[in-house]
Design a protein around this ligand. Structure first.
Ligand code: ATP
Ligand code: LTN
Length: 336
């Protein structure tokens, strides 16, 4: 191992990538390769906790990878791979299942939300989802995990599992797992739906107009933002309780332009919602323009994409297998 800290993150190929995924996660991954060893996954094992159409899932994985690269993740400086290609994820997940309590998993908000949404398929994988996520992170000795706000609770559980395992099997200078920290951006960590600004924008949302997708054409983006729900009154002011719609648009504008929310409130003081929305639409279109321009060419080179994944899986497995070996040894399993 070198002495650069490691980051790891992943997104489920469970729908089209949204602006929430970009501002809450991908955008914050981009600068990290200068200072960290970076591992970014497509978490296909996680995606099947909800039914997926096999052909759609496969194409989506290619689309996601092309988008990761189009957003600026250079495969030379970032290990880009598919979770199911590295067997250690499923293997460590099993082990960690035996160190995670039923009660802990029952308290996970994402589990409660998803089981309410998919009442006819509350499967064991959905329940154990956070354990697989803990395995993803702990396999790479990740010190930091750049995610949106909704993943905080899963990160806390990962820390608890790691500490518990270390307490049983580790020794002061020979811990088994590195205990990771979440890395949550100050702005853009929780982008809300355009039609329902009290719930998070999500790629598996059924309502097309509630989310902005990275591949939405400029006129679609503009139309969706124009129709976004705003609040009573005409004031452009950040107040999540009283003005969730306007506050969400302010967060989007701040995260896409890099300007602070107070500066934006000042700039739009006295403006109509219409002018404000036009500025938000323009900022989003500008932010996505370079991504969309690079995407098509990358997406068409299927062999190139597959080569990135093969190389990524090979590099990832080196790190992951070493951790799994350490864990199996600690447990008393006979070495392979
Ligand atoms: P799904 O709808 O399938 O549950 P999702 O859109 O919520 O998916 P995930 O795959 O669960 O996306 O999340 C990928 C990453 O994007 C995570 O780091 C998550 O925190 C972040 N993220 C997802 N939605 C948002 C959002 N609305 N705002 C900010 N970050 C988000
Ligand atoms: N659960 C995450 C996706 C995910 C992840 C990870 C994120 C799976 N494994 C490891 C960070 C690190 C989500 O966003 N729903």
């Amino acid at each position: 191992m070198n002495n650069r800290p490691t980051v790891l993150s992943g997104i489920q190929p469970s729908g089209r990538l949204t602006l929430g995924n970009y501002l809450g996660a991908i955008k914050n991954w981009l600068p990290l390769s200068a200072t960290h060893d970076c591992y970014y996954m497509l978490v296909d094992l996680h995606a099947i906790t909800v039914r997926q159409d096999p052909a759609v899932l496969r194409e989506r994985c290619y689309e996601f990878l092309a988008l990761y690269i189009a957003c600026g993740l250079d495969p030379k400086n970032n290990v880009l791979f598919v979770q199911s290609h590295v067997a250690a994820h499923a293997r460590l997940s099993w082990v960690l299942n035996c160190y995670t309590q039923f009660g802990e998993l029952s308290r996970m908000t994402q589990f409660k939300d998803k089981s309410a949404k998919h009442v006819d398929n509350i499967n064991a994988g959905l329940f154990g989802y956070p354990v697989l996520m803990a395995a993803d992170i702990l396999l790479y000795d990740a010190t930091h995990v750049p995610v949106g706000d909704d993943q905080k609770q899963h990160l806390e559980l990962t820390r608890d599992i790691a500490q518990r395992f270390n307490n049983i099997y580790g020794a002061p200078k020979h811990e088994i797992f590195v205990v990771p920290e979440p890395m949550i951006p100050p702005v853009g960590a929780r982008i809300m739906g355009l039609q329902d600004p009290t719930a998070k924008m999500s790629k598996s949302d059924d309502a097309e107009t509630n989310a902005l997708y990275l591949l939405d054409p400029p006129d679609t983006i503009t139309r969706k933002i124009k129709r976004a729900v705003t609040d009573v009154g005409a004031e452009v002011r950040f107040d999540i309780a009283e003005k969730p719609g306007v506050s969400n648009l302010l967060s989007i504008l701040a995260a896409t332009t890099g300007e602070s929310i107070p500066a934006l409130e000042e700039r739009f003081a006295g403006s109509q919602y219409g002018a404000f929305k036009a500025a938000v639409a323009e900022a989003v279109v500008e932010c996505l323009k370079p991504v969309q321009a690079r995407y098509q060419e990358l997406r068409e080179d299927r062999d190139g994409l597959l080569a990135v994944l093969r190389d990524g899986a090979e590099r990832a497995a080196v790190r992951a297998d070493a951790t799994l070996k350490r864990v199996h040894e600690a447990l008393g399993f006979i070495p392979e």
